[in-house]
Design a protein around this ligand. Structure first.
Ligand code: HEM
Length: 408
């Protein structure tokens, strides 16, 4: 086979990304190396206890697809989930349709040429609360905390871009790989599901180094819990079957909170840098907390009880006060930027595709979101869409399929 595949485990991929970030200076050789790294047709291994996309480092390009199931009955749903799994197995590994035994014509759209490159593709399948309505008789196995996303104060939700029976998130190094995956999965499942909404996003390269920036110009993701710490991920990300009222099948899955948050960038760009920094509690330049000097310094709230350095209302201080008892409210955020062009009033439509994985939606995302209701940043943002989903456990081997446990 002419395939050049680099099969990386998630840990290996994380280490690779860290190395790329560390060497991403503006000198030519490092830039070449980074460039070469992004051109590697890296493939994540599809099989495992967990879906690879949960802990994988954020890739450059993403598409979130919320879908409603049109397949009839339990057998229809099973067949749909099997077809999705089969497609994702192929797309994330790369190769030719013949190698997978896909003989139906046309076997592939050919958007990526004759050979499908894996391109660092991950695909994460999650289920929404509506999948557990009367249609498929699955009410008794619904993840305990899964529900339709509520309106929070200051939300301006457009319900046509909220929730859905299923959510598929694709991520890859290049847009064409994401677009191809979207096309191929939809082509193979036309009879079984219908696109409800779609949100594309991108992650910026390090500017000039470290964590990528959001469209307010601040590094976003700095204080995330360490995804390579398996014990920590067991406490903050993964659901344990049978625990906290969760159904057994949910073990190894994770709650996914999605929020499309528009940024009122015309207003934001008129705010001075000092005031911007006070709103987040970090320096815009290198992302350091206002009590520190390097990006990954911990903020020192105990030395700053009155908020003289980091205001008590600052985003990071409200989101994670680092007081005893709040450790288990931390979540794994995976932020993307979106640029949706222009709205009907001639204003720029830009913002954040906030996604976060949680062991317990209430204890983590909902608790933190409620605390953030009064932060100064609310004047510059407007949540417009999203939803709550549950990323199902991984497919363990080539005979397993995503969501199989629902029918055990
Ligand atoms: C931290 C931006 C929405 C939770 C941060 C940081 C930035 C940021 C710049 C500091 C760097 C970092 O640690 O990542 C934004 C923007 C938002 C937004 C621009 C909206 C447009 C949210 C939402 C939540 C959230 C909706 C959860 C409900 C957090 C948490 C931290 C954080 C938990 C880490 C705090 C810490 O551990 O120090 N955010 N964020 N953010 N944000 Fe947000």
């Amino acid at each position: 086979s002419s395939r050049r595949r680099f099969l990386l485990g998630v840990a290996g991929a994380a280490a690779g990304a860290a190395a790329t970030a560390a060497s991403a200076t503006i000198d030519g050789s490092a830039a070449d190396a980074a460039d070469a790294a992004t051109k590697q047709p890296a493939a994540f291994s599809f099989h495992g206890t967990h879906q690879a996309g949960v802990l994988a480092p954020v890739r450059r390009s993403t598409a979130l697809l919320a879908l409603d199931v049109t397949a009839q009955g339990v057998d229809g749903l099973k067949a749909l989930l099997q077809t999705i799994t089969e497609r994702l197995r192929f797309l994330t590994a790369g190769g030719t349709p013949q190698e997978l035994g896909i003989t139906a014509a046309p076997s592939d759209s050919g958007v990526l040429g004759p050979e499908v490159v894996a391109g660092g593709l991950t695909a994460t399948l999650a289920v929404g609360a509506s999948l557990f309505d009367e249609r498929f008789g699955l009410a008794s196995v619904k993840p305990a905390k899964l529900r339709t996303m509520e309106d929070f104060p200051n939300d301006d939700l457009d319900r046509s871009i909220c929730d859905g029976d299923l959510l598929l998130q694709f991520e890859a190094d290049d847009n064409d790989v994401v677009v191809h995956a979207v096309r191929e999965v939809l082509r193979a499942t036309r009879a079984g599901m219908q696109l409800r909404w779609r949100q594309d996003g991108f992650a910026s390269p390090p500017r000039p180094s470290g964590t990528p920036r959001n469209l307010m110009g601040f590094k976003d993701g700095t204080a995330n819990p360490d995804r390579t710490d398996a014990k920590l991920m067991d406490q903050l990300v993964w659901v344990h079957g049978g625990a906290r009222g969760e159904p057994a099948w949910a073990a190894g899955g994770s709650y996914l909170a999605v929020r499309k948050i528009r940024m009122l960038v015309e207003f934001w760009d008129r705010v001075g840098i000092e005031e911007q920094q006070q709103m987040f509690g970090r320096y815009k330049g290198n992302g350091a907390p206002l009590t520190g000097s390097a990006e990954h310094d911990d903020p020192h709230y105990e030395r700053d009880p009155n908020g003289d350095s980091i205001p008590l209302s600052a985003h990071i201080r409200v989101a994670n006060p680092r007081t005893p008892g709040t450790e288990d409210q931390r979540m794994l955020r995976r932020a993307f930027n979106y640029d949706g062009g222009v709205d009907a009033n001639g204003n720029l439509d830009q913002g954040l595709v906030f996604t976060a994985f949680n062991q317990d939606l209430e204890r983590q995302f909902v608790t933190v979101q409620k605390r953030l209701i009064d932060e100064p940043l609310v004047d510059y943002i407007s949540p417009v869409g999203g939803g709550y989903f549950f990323a199902v456990p991984g497919a363990k081997n080539s005979s397993d399929w995503l969501g199989k446990g629902l029918f055990a």
